[in-house]
Design a protein around this ligand. Sequence first.
Ligand code: AQP
Length: 341
Amino acid sequence: MTRVLSGIQPTGDVHLGNYLGALRQWAIDQHDADAFYCAVDLHAVTIQQDPEQLRSATLGTMATLVSVGLDPEVCTLFVQSHVPQHTELSWLLECTVSLGELRRMTQFKDKAARAEGGDQRGDHVSAGLFTYPALMAADILIYDADRVPVGDDQRQHLELTRDVAQRFNSRYGDTFVIPDAAIPTVGARVMDLQNPTAKMSKSSESPQGSVGIFEDPAHVARKFTRAVTDSESEVRYDPEVKPGVSNLLSILGAATGRSAADAAASYSQYGVLKTDTADAVIAMLEPIKAKKAELDADPAELARIIAVGADKAEAVACVTVARAKEAMGFLPKQPQPKVSA
Ligand code: AQP
């Protein structure tokens, strides 16, 4: 059976981009693959986090994963830091990836530039932000994942994971499965409603540009009404020339099961496009909110789900790390010899 792995950072409220670009696909994949999904809290700390907020965001993210339809009886849902083998494998991979490869990662360049410009928490660029792709490679390779459903922003990290795995296999013998990225055809890059040339992101500086999946419907409607478009009036899908309108069309298409170009054919005015997009998004999110309310009323159930997931994930991770260490030539740890009386 195909193995699937993906993760989401517990860095704030899950937004429409996370849902359309990733989580919705995760929920579909769980039924025809052996799926592992996690809250990647070790990635979150590449940027300084408030400890209390990180704990609560991690719980909130796990509750969100269940609310979007991930069934802990069907897939494995876990918190990344509960499986210590991720950091162990990450070190082994850091020793096989080159500085040049890490330097080419555009996400590092963007985030480092923002941090250096004083645009992020903390006043320095952490070494973890730089080596993050090695940890991400470990997250994927440790579960022998064949497929990784992610949004378009992760394409380059996935390519690096494949390169790292191929290099490791050719140096040390067949150890890792080479994973493929699974990037959705619609909703792969949902853009910020206020700044449609930047992706919608939890860490965005413009709260009006990001739509949280549990947000009040009136707020959601207002955000769409105020979405930045352009000074023309023609509704057409053209991301280069009309990023704002094209973003609305992509969202509407993704929420109603059409391509953005098909959605465009029904509209001649921006106002109606905005209202219909808001209505479609609100309707799509309704059942997710209902499930979240159910789960919020039962914190013990969430704690149980998290504990079960950690054990299931660790059982798989241990085997892969042992295989990688053996391939690299680490001396296996032996039990203490029995001393005869
Ligand atoms: N705008 C997006 N459109 C489509 N997919 C997206 N993803 C993220 N943003 C979009 C996909 O969601 C999954 C989880 O990614 P994440 O936890 O890195 O989400 P984020 O919103 O990007 O979070 P942050 O904290 O704001 O991180 P940075 O600053 O790294 O962007 C992934 O599969 C991602 O592709």
